[in-house]
Design a binder for this molecule. Structure first.
Ligand code: SAM
Ligand code: SF4
Length: 493
């Protein structure tokens, strides 16, 4: 049990997220009176002091009532970070003090330092916007945010690579996300709002019509703006019949003009939804980029995670896509799947090497609420943080050798070992949508069940989320309202 007592501030959420990095899976209890610590387990006491000499924060860590570590951060108001926001400095200063104390009392590694948010590259963009040099950025990321040097270099390089796709910022530019929330079966780890095609097949016609209605309306709302990219995701869009998916793609082209769209991706995803007819339709409709996602190339794991396809089918789908003429194929992998260790990852990478895809996205397993896995976790053997790091190192060496360079990165809550997800691409084959969406520097208009629009305000450097409903029946009954929601937000803008 970890007890936490905060004094002089109430950054509970941020402190909780940081402590979780060091004590993953343990109960963390905030107490409002230090006497409530009964002397058992660990107590983390953090105090913020503001006086005429400046702002400082002190962290004391007790184990079984005995002080085992103490750390103070002084002159927080002068800390060198991005922007000019004292509240943010205080938050980072407090977290830095807690971090410095906890690395001495926990065995866990914290390669991302005090960063617990999901988009660390955003900080790099803010610093580059302020004119900081590479050295200054590296210094801030390692000394203030406490990132391991390799993580600081990684996100600095990713940020610099992304600049040409994001800048100059343009409030009139937008991308379109289209959600097709159907899948053949539900994967063990998945928490996305998706529907089983067997159960909901009779809804696909109506879904297609409502989706096209929403896309048409978005094109009216955005008629004076310029479209950048389109991403058709899910779920697994290729689960629905070929003619329905074609109808959706052609509606997009009719509304926005194919020649205005810089890049269009279709997440084909699972090999058990891919066949010649589907791929020929996508190719005929000039789709630039598709995903064929193995997750792993080990058949026993594929079975365990409920994918209902084997590794041979993954390779066959890939070769078929290449024969038909797709220039960019992305493949998603997950590291840390149950029953997988370093040898299994090596096997997967050996198979991927033969395929040589233009994009590879390496996720670290995240144990999400709402997934079947969360309830059944105790039935599986999960690897330690140390082994996950070894597996990720294999993927780093592999991508380096295959000339696949990291170009976007994000983190998720509940990720095993507190690691990250990285998108790799061969030079010039980066997915522009992924960059825009991840860095939140462009408006995303989103259609379909569970889709979230994000309206970008460049002057304030922020986005406003406008979510659609997450259930199929609700979406079908309330499509007009989903359009209205967007209209209201755009009018405010
Ligand atoms: C939106 S999902 C769907 C893609 C497609 N339906 C498929 O499964 O192939 C995109 C990717 O996120 C990753 N993913 C999904 N759930 C995850 C989890 N719990 N932990 C880590 N990665 C996850 C998988 O690699 C997946 O391919
Ligand atoms: S991981 Fe992909 S295929 Fe599996 S249930 Fe989730 S969205 Fe569907």
């Amino acid at each position: 049990m970890i007890y936490v007592y905060l004094s002089g501030h109430d950054f509970r959420y941020e402190v909780h997220e940081l402590i979780k990095v060091f004590f993953f899976g343990e109960d963390i209890i905030f107490i409002d009176n230090i006497d409530k610590y009964d002397g058992e387990g660990i107590l983390i006491e953090n105090t913020l002091n503001c006086n005429s000499k400046g702002i400082d924060s002190t962290t004391n860590v007790y184990r079984n009532n005995k002080l085992i570590f103490k750390y103070s951060v002084e002159n927080i108001e002068n800390m060198k970070i991005e922007g000019n926001n004292t509240k943010k400095r205080i938050r980072i200063g407090i977290k830095k003090g807690i971090y410095e104390a906890l690395i001495h009392v926990s065995d866990a590694q914290a390669p991302w330092g005090v960063l617990t948010g999901i988009r660390p590259v955003k900080i790099i963009h803010n610093l580059l916007d302020e004119g900081a040099t590479d050295e200054e950025i590296f210094d801030i990321m390692t000394n203030q945010y406490k990132l391991f040097p390799e993580k600081a270099n990684l996100i600095l390089n990713i940020g610099k690579k992304q600049r040409k796709y994001l800048y100059p910022l343009d409030e009139n530019r937008f991308s379109l996300y289209v959600s097709i929330p159907f899948c053949p079966t539900r994967c063990l780890y998945c928490s996305f709002p998706t529907c089983s095609i067997d159960r909901y097949i009779d809804y696909v016609d109506r879904y297609t019509d409502n989706l096209i209605y929403e896309i048409d309306k978005i094109s009216e709302l955005m008629k004076n703006k310029s479209i950048s990219t389109v991403y058709i995701g899910g779920g697994t869009p290729t689960t629905i019949p070929v003619n329905q998916l074609e109808k959706i793609i052609q509606a997009i082209y009719k509304d926005f003009g194919k020649s205005n769209i810089e890049e269009i991706t279709v997440e084909a995803g699972r090999p058990d939804t891919i066949n010649r007819k589907m791929l020929e339709m996508l190719n005929r409709n000039k789709v630039d980029r598709i995903s064929i996602n193995p997750q792993t190339m080990n058949d026993s794991t594929l079975k365990l995670i409920g994918r209902k396809h084997n590794s041979r089918e993954i390779s066959a789908a890939y070769y078929l896509a290449k024969e038909i003429g797709f220039n960019v194929v992305n493949m998603d992998l997950i590291i840390g799947l149950p029953s997988e260790g370093v040898e299994e990852v090596k096997t997967t990478l050996k198979e991927i090497e033969k395929l040589n895809p233009e994009n590879l996205t390496v996720h670290t397993l995240s144990v999400k609420r709402g997934s079947k896995f969360k309830d059944k976790m105790s039935e599986y053997h999960m690897e330690s943080q140390h082994i996950i790091e070894e597996m990720l190192e294999e993927t780093r060496c592999f991508t380096h050798n295959m000339e696949l360079n990291p170009y976007y990165l994000y983190r998720q809550k509940q990720t095993m070992g507190n690691f990250e997800n990285i998108g790799y691409a061969k030079e010039g084959k980066e997915c522009i949508y992924n960059i825009a969406m991840m860095e939140e520097k462009e408006t995303i208009m989103a259609a379909g069940m569970g889709a979230v629009s994000k309206i970008f305000y460049p002057l304030e450097n922020r986005i406003e989320r406008v979510p659609n409903v997450k259930s199929l029946e609700e979406y079908l009954g309330r499509t007009e309202e989903m359009v209205e929601r967007k209209l209201v937000n755009l009018e405010i803008k």
